[in-house]
Design a protein around this ligand. Structure first.
Ligand SMILES: [Zn+2]
Length: 258
C-alpha cells in the first residue's frame, strides 16, 4: 500500500497563529518543529497500518517547513516547488492523506482559514460548489482514481472534510476559537491521535471511493482585490469586477489556468 501525504501547516497541532507559519515570521522555527512532529506521527501510523511506501510533500508555501534532519527515515519527502504536478506521483498511490489542513476561506472560528491565498482569494467554487483546499486536493487525487483517506486539522477542517468526503478518517487536533486562537491538545495526545488515524486510514484505501469532480470542471474565483482580473488570458470568462471562471478537463489543469 503506497500512501501520499500532503502536509500543510495551518492545521498542525500546536499551531494557532500566523507568526508560526510564515517563513519570515518570529515563531516559524517553532512551527516547523511542530509540523515535523505531526509528519512523523503520520508516517509512523501509515507503516503501523500496513503501508509499504510513504511519500510526504511539504505543501505549505514554498515547501520550506520540514526540519529535514528530524524526519522519520522510513518515508521519502518532497520539499520546495515542483514544475509539473501539485501532488507528484499521485497516480501510482493507493491513498492520499491531507495532514495539517485548514478550513476554506471565510469559515468562522477556524484556525488560519483561507483558500490557497489569504491575500488573493476571497471565495472559490468548483462546479458551483463553494470549497477550499480539501476539495481541490482530493479532486486532483480523484482524477487519478486515488481516494483521500484522512484529513487532520481543527474541528472546522474535519467538519468540511466529512461534508466533501464521506467515510474519510478525520483527526481533530485542536478546536478553533478564532482565526488566530485554538483550544489545543497536548503534544502527546495530538500525536497519538494522528498516528492512530493514519493507521486506520491505510485500511480504508481499498474501501473509499475517489472524490471525482464532474468534467469539464469549472473553477470560479473571487479575488480579494478589485480590478485585478486576468482579462487577456484565453479561456477566462469574467463574471464581475473581481470574479472570473475557467474551464478545464482536470482539476489540476483548471488550477493552473487560474
Ligand atoms: Zn498552508
Amino acid at each position: 500500500m503506497k500512501l501520499f501525504v500532503m502536509a500543510d501547516m495551518e492545521g498542525i497541532s500546536g499551531i494557532f497563529q500566523r507568526s508560526q507559519t510564515g517563513r519570515a515570521e518570529a515563531n516559524f522555527e517553532t512551527g516547523r518543529r511542530f509540523l515535523t512532529w505531526d509528519v512523523n506521527a503520520c508516517v509512523a501510523g501509515c507503516f503501523e497500518g500496513g503501508a509499504s511506501e510513504v511519500i510526504v510533500r511539504d505543501a505549505h508555501g514554498a515547501g520550506y517547513g520540514f526540519v529535514w534532519e528530524e524526519l522519520d527515515p522510513r518515508a521519502r519527502y518532497v520539499q520546495g516547488v515542483s514544475e509539473r504536478e501539485r501532488i507528484p506521483g499521485i497516480a501510482g498511490c493507493d491513498g492520499l492523506i491531507l495532514l495539517g489542513y485548514h478550513a476554506m476561506a471565510g469559515t468562522r472560528e477556524a484556525v488560519l482559514e483561507h483558500t490557497m491565498s489569504s491575500a488573493g482569494w476571497q471565495n472559490f467554487w468548483m462546479n458551483g460548489r463553494k470549497c477550499g483546499e480539501i476539495a481541490i486536493d482530493a479532486g486532483i487525487a480523484g482524477d487519478h482514481g486515488v481516494p483521500t483517506v484522512m484529513v487532520s486539522g481543527d474541528d472546522k477542517t474535519c467538519r468540511e472534510a466529512k461534508r466533501f468526503l464521506p467515510g474519510v478518517v478525520t483527526v481533530e487536533v485542536k478546536r478553533g476559537l478564532a482565526r488566530e486562537g485554538a483550544l489545543l491538545l497536548s503534544r502527546e495526545e495530538a500525536h497519538r491521535r494522528i498516528q492512530a488515524g493514519a493507521a486506520k486510514a491505510v485500511g480504508r484505501c481499498r474501501a473509499l471511493k475517489p472524490f471525482r469532480v464532474k468534467k469539464p470542471v469549472t473553477f470560479r474565483l473571487e479575488k480579494v482585490s478589485k480590478g485585478r482580473l486576468p482579462l487577456h488570458r484565453p479561456g477566462v470568462r469574467v463574471v464581475d469586477g473581481r470574479t472570473y471562471e475557467v474551464k478545464a478537463a482536470t482539476v489540476e489543469e483548471a488550477l493552473n489556468l487560474l
